[in-house]
Design a protein. Structure first.
Length: 134
């Protein structure tokens, strides 16, 4: 096998602008499908928990480190977050609502916007037994 020929073929393949465009379109499609599947899973099988913001950093975006307890185990995550979470944090409110997929606490997100509640079909019943002092 001649590796030089393989390398030359790869260079030719990736030198085409249409190839780059196809790769970008494919990446966007995969990203959309993964995101949509994630949302569907959380919409169909979720619970809402209280969480606590541990740290926040703001720059070009807002980054939050938060924790919550699920089935007696502590989970900590580091994600981007809306500016509203940062504003609340700066005002001394460290508590947040977290939605997770039941049985899979690694599939989670902070709830801050009305649209999230609507998209994930989170009802008042989902949050009625929570006392997060929000």
């Amino acid at each position: 096998m001649n590796y030089n020929n393989i390398i030359k073929g790869a260079k030719r393949l990736f030198s085409s602008s249409s190839t780059y465009l196809m790769i970008i379109i494919l990446a966007i499609l995969v990203s959309y499908l993964l995101s949509h599947g994630r949302t569907e899973r959380m919409r169909n099988n979720h619970i809402v928990l209280c969480g606590k913001v541990l740290e926040m950093h703001a720059g070009k975006g807002v980054n939050v480190i938060y924790e919550f307890i699920y089935q007696g185990k502590r989970y900590e995550f580091n994600n981007s977050s809306p500016k509203l979470t940062y504003k609340n944090y700066k005002n001394g409110n460290f508590k947040v609502l977290i939605v997770i997929e039941k049985g899979n606490p690694h599939l989670c997100e902070i709830l801050t916007e009305k649209e999230q509640f609507e998209e994930l079909k989170i009802t008042q019943q989902d949050t009625s037994n929570l006392s997060c002092n929000l």
